[in-house]
Design a protein around this ligand. Structure first.
Ligand SMILES: [Zn+2]
Length: 119
């Protein structure tokens, strides 16, 4: 097993295009090239602008709906529970999620997918 805490990083678009990953959240600011490709790829069947400069791409539309609800209901969950749920919808394995939970990033990252505040 790799020690990488974000094993899908830089591969998200391809993994969703190939149906390996059910859902990915792509930030324009973090990866403008992938963001533009995600907006135009004909292999992506379901996409939605979820916040300014943030696009969700998915193999099924309900994955985007679940993502939106999870973010909206963030305060109902502990940070750890939120991370486990989000990690599962983003297609990470139990092993990858457990590895992530032991990382420093899981406790400090401010991004919404890691349980940070919605700004
Ligand atoms: Zn994060």
């Amino acid at each position: 097993m790799s020690n990488c805490i974000a094993p899908h990083e830089h591969e998200e678009l391809m993994l969703v295009e190939e149906g390996i990953k059910p859902l990915a959240i792509i930030y324009h600011d973090k990866n403008p090239k992938m963001y533009r490709a995600a907006c135009s790829s004909s292999l992506i069947k379901h996409r939605k602008l979820v916040r300014a400069g943030v696009i969700a791409i998915a193999t099924k539309p309900q994955y985007i709906d679940i993502y939106m609800k999870l973010v909206k209901d963030r305060k109902l969950y502990t940070r750890t529970t939120f991370q486990v749920l989000m990690g599962g919808y983003l297609g990470y394995t139990s092993e990858e999620i457990i590895m992530y939970l032991t990382s420093n990033e899981s406790k400090t990252c401010t991004c919404i997918e890691c349980g940070g505040e919605l700004k």
